[in-house]
Design a binder for this molecule. Structure first.
Ligand SMILES: Nc1ncnc2c1ncn2[C@@H]1O[C@H](COP(=O)(O)OP(=O)(O)O)[C@@H](O)[C@H]1O
Ligand SMILES: [Mg+2]
Length: 245
């Protein structure tokens, strides 16, 4: 995979002021609006967010506030109408879709409310697939997959299909799969919302351990204390902007 040529591009002036160059993720002046009948609904309004390596930022907000929209923008899954998203120092707004996909594969990983595992693959195979997409070959891929499963305490479930796993175990496979990508930035949209408090605490704890151990900049949309106890910063999305809680 060719690396994007914009790696050395300097950050825009305003980004340098708001966020040090060490940030793994910088969203600056992001605007997103959707048509709403005859009107336009502004969902992100000159939004600013900067997350450092190893930092855990938890974002809360009412349903429809734009949390998922923000995560798709930060995750390069959607272009903002205006604004810049800089990942690991790489400014992405002027990039082609192909280049943005390359940055996404190299630097980003996602965890959702449901793990969306492939039904016909075992837990370890779900992880090996990520290695293969990253063009890793040979026995090293399986070894890394097994080590990553061990890090979420699922060694004894490695050969189970998703249908043979509990909801909490599936979520842990989803986290392990995200970690297989060795991301700079991990984006989690309500990863604990479908779990009971005990399992939510386990899942949130695993995300926090991974963030600290691997210095992953981690953004978690969540409302539950399970996620909040690990937050370095807790922000609320309201009126299209993030405010400290
Ligand atoms: N693809 C879309 N087209 C039109 N409106 C959308 C689209 N995606 C989200 N919205 C609207 O944008 C607002 C924010 O949605 P979302 O980001 O999903 O909020 P949250 O995750 O905070 O619940 C909602 O009013 C939603 O209806
Ligand atoms: Mg949402």
């Amino acid at each position: 995979m060719t690396s994007p040529s914009t790696t050395t591009q300097p950050l825009a002036d305003h980004a340098t002021v708001d966020a040090p160059n060490s940030a793994a993720l910088v969203v600056s002046r992001a605007r997103v609006s959707y048509p709403d009948g005859p009107d336009i609904r502004v969902v992100l309004d000159d939004l600013e967010l900067s997350v450092e390596p190893g930092e855990i930022v938890v974002i809360s907000g009412e349903s429809g506030a734009g949390k998922s929209t923000l995560l798709t923008v930060a995750g390069l899954l959607r272009r903002p109408d205006e604004g810049e998203v800089t990942i690991a120092g790489i400014a992405t707004s002027e990039m082609s879709e192909r280049q943005r996909t390359a940055v996404r594969r190299e630097h980003l990983a996602f965890v959702y409310q449901s793990a969306n595992l492939l039904p016909s693959l075992t837990a370890v195979e779900q992880l090996e697939l990520v290695g293969h997409i990253r063009k890793e070959r040979g026995t090293a891929v399986r070894e890394r997959a097994l080590a990553t499963l061990a890090s979420v305490d699922l060694t004894d479930r490695a050969n189970q299909l998703p249908s043979q796993l509990s909801g909490g175990e599936r979520q842990r496979v989803g986290i392990a799969r995200a970690l297989m990508a060795s991301p700079s930035v991990l984006i989690a949209d309500e990863p604990t919302a479908s779990l009971d408090p005990e399992r939510a605490a386990i899942v949130a704890g695993l995300l926090a351990d991974a963030a600290r151990t691997h210095r992953i900049a981690t953004i978690v949309v969540a409302h539950d204390t399970a996620a909040l106890v690990h937050a370095d910063r807790h922000l609320r999305l309201e009126g299209g902007r993030l405010r400290p809680m």
